[in-house]
Design a protein around this ligand. Structure first.
Ligand code: GCU
Length: 610
């Protein structure tokens, strides 16, 4: 396969997978295209854009009357809430909703932690933003959503314009020619009711925060603009090469890719492919070197900060830039420190990553879904490697083609958004999914898709362990045939027996792959003290961490990293123990308010020796 045809193949995979999913699926809003969005524009932060963040009017609609009549039939356009009618304009008219009179929610943000009455709310909720705008001649416009949980139907000036499913990945919708000069009405119907066929499915050990949880922008680009690009490094015959492709919304011929600091500038070929010899400083935790990279065409220019590094496995070893590395990690949920819900700012990302760094981490597992772009980019600047995951979690509806398309689209959107982030070294396609034929074939296809979309990173999943008895544990999950690392979660001393079993348990693995422990841990209430055998005390948790790290250090063959569960106590509707859990999973090494528990220092100490 020549370089140009490989570029073309990669390009074709990337484009086809997102834009043309015209499969119709039954969703709460009827049989609508699974995703009805425009091709994803990457590096949105570097584009000309107008923020639509701030206060949005909202109407909670548990019976979904804003979209359906009493026979559960979609209302005719013009009579559903996209019409954004006024109840006062014509006193003779019967209008039983009015966004102008409604209360507001902040965007970005989940609705659950903003309004007491929406704390447990799952269902349909309408958002409306009015904004004044003067579209410019010769420009194209896209509405960009960082993420909306779970399903979004978007309407502009009374008309439905797009539909997206999946709560943690970005999407954009072209509105060129649909914007008015002057006042515009943007209405978004959001639904987050939990469903068997969804991804994630209807049970998760995290709070189902609903809403427009990440920023919304009106993006302005030239007629022919740079849609997407890949800039990576590989070993060439006479040294390293930087290579990749540029995709424009039109003809990419003549696009140039420049790295001023390296004195390099090259023209892309007709298919948008490029490569040139270069010896950049390689990105690594000790030296998170990023270069200014400029992608330019006759009509558009996009600047990015990109690092270059090699990540590969050799037998049971994990190598970064050819050197063995140990991932000193921690798992993180995308929930802000404090009483709040979803992270909504760079500062809140930094607060979480600073705690991980303070624990001595060079790695984080962003669980169980793609986190916001700020989290990934900030970790990259801080020299923190990333495990990036899609929410194929527990008992997914494996036989449902719509569910597979949904998972595959979330994977593709995740890789498209972050493919140029040097710090992401692992794509994960699943967490704790019970082994079955259907599950295996579903995940085999996802792993193949990840490898197809990105041949520069490792692919894995948090697999199931097998107890061989006598303290001997292994993983013989069929997924190992396709993954690059054997990853699994273990709960020695919490869900499995008492902490002392760690002292005698050992792990061995047949497959010649590095081993990664993606979860271990215990729950404790910060500040609760007592006997070491008393659960929920810091002493119990600390002891369990001491014994677990001892086991990891000495009795896990091929261990290359771990991400204990979890950095911070986080909300979950599965945690009901009053006075102890109070809607929180208490396995955080810091409390939800950011108070470090003693086990935090066990990890800090262990990592300082690693
Ligand atoms: C599981 C799961 C997590 C969950 C954790 C727990 O392993 O992957 O999502 O929160 O266990 O039970 O605390």
């Amino acid at each position: 396969m020549t370089r140009t045809s490989s570029h073309l193949l990669l390009l074709a995979c990337a484009i086809c997978a997102i834009a043309c999913t015209d499969k119709k699926v039954k969703t709460a809003s009827g049989n609508v295209p699974f995703n009805d969005v425009s091709p994803l524009i990457t590096n949105i932060g570097a584009r000309t854009s107008y923020s639509l963040d701030g206060a949005w009017k909202y109407i909670a609609d548990p019976q979904r009357i804003g979209y359906y009549n009493y026979r559960n039939k979609p209302l005719a356009p013009g009579s559903n809430y996209f019409a954004d009618r006024s109840s006062t304009a014509d006193p003779t008219a019967l209008v039983e909703y009015d966004f102008d009179l409604a209360d507001s929610l902040a965007v970005p943000g989940d609705w659950n932690t903003q309004k007491e009455k929406l704390y447990f709310y799952e269902g349909m909720l309408w958002y409306r933003k009015k904004f004044n705008f003067e579209p410019a001649e010769g420009k194209r416009y896209f509405l960009y959503f960082g993420a909306v949980n779970y399903e979004a139907v978007v309407g502009l000036n009374g008309k439905e314009i797009g539909h997206h499913t999946g709560g943690f990945t970005p999407f954009d919708i072209e509105v060129t020619g649909k914007l008015r000069s002057g006042s515009n009405s943007l209405v978004v119907m959001v639904q987050n009711d939990r469903r068997k066929e969804a991804v994630p499915t209807d049970i998760t050990d995290w709070w189902n925060y609903g809403g427009i949880t990440r920023s919304v922008k009106l993006v302005e680009v030239p007629e022919n603009f740079i849609l997407d690009y890949s800039v990576q490094i590989r070993r060439g015959d006479g040294g390293n090469e930087i290579y990749g492709w540029v995709k424009t919304d039109g003809n990419a011929e003549g696009a140039t890719v420049s790295i001023p600091e390296l004195g390099k500038s090259v023209k892309a070929d007709a298919a948008g492919g490029f490569s040139f010899a270069a010896e950049p400083e390689l990105w690594c935790p000790e030296n998170p070197k990023l270069y200014d990279v400029i992608i330019e065409t006759a009509s558009d220019k996009v600047a990015d900060r990109i690092g270059f590094r090699f990540v590969e496995t050799k037998g049971k070893k994990l190598l970064l830039n050819g050197k063995e590395i140990f991932c000193k990690g921690v798992s993180i949920q995308e929930e802000q420190i404090g009483m709040g819900g979803r992270v909504t700012s760079r500062e809140q990302c930094r607060a979480l990553l600073d705690e991980a760094a303070a624990m001595g981490c060079n790695f984080v597992r962003l669980a169980h879904y793609p986190h916001n772009e700020d989290m990934v980019r900030l970790a990259e600047e801080m020299g923190i490697m990333v495990w990036s995951e899609i929410p194929v979690y527990w008992t997914i509806d494996w036989n449902n083609q719509g569910t597979f398309d949904n998972a595959a689209t979330q994977l593709t959107e995740n890789i498209t958004r972050d493919r140029n982030r040097a710090n992401i070294i692992i794509w994960s396609v699943a967490n704790e999914t019970p082994i079955s034929e259907e599950r295996n074939s579903f995940l085999f296809k996802l792993i193949d898709r990840a490898h197809e979309l990105d041949g520069t990173r490792l692919v894995s999943a948090a697999m199931e362990v097998k107890d061989l008895g006598g303290g001997h544990v292994t993983v013989d999950d069929p997924l190992i045939a396709k993954t690059d690392l054997i990853s699994f979660n273990e709960y020695m001393g919490w869900y499995w027996g008492s902490s002392r079993i760690c002292d005698t348990t050992y792990f061995t693995f047949e497959a010649e792959q590095p081993v990664f422990i993606s979860e271990f841990g215990a729950g404790a209430v910060a500040g609760r003290h007592g006997d070491v055998s008393a659960r929920w005390t810091e002493e119990y948790m600390e002891d369990l961490y001491v014994r677990n790290t001892g086991m990891l250090e000495n009795r896990v063959d091929g261990l290359v990293g771990t991400t204990p569960w979890i950095l911070k106590d986080f909300r979950s509707t599965r945690r009901h123990l009053t006075g102890t859990q109070d809607d929180y999973n208490r396995k955080g090494l810091i409390s939800n308010m950011g108070v470090r528990k003693s086990a935090f220092y066990v990890m800090k100490d262990w990592y300082s020796k690693k």
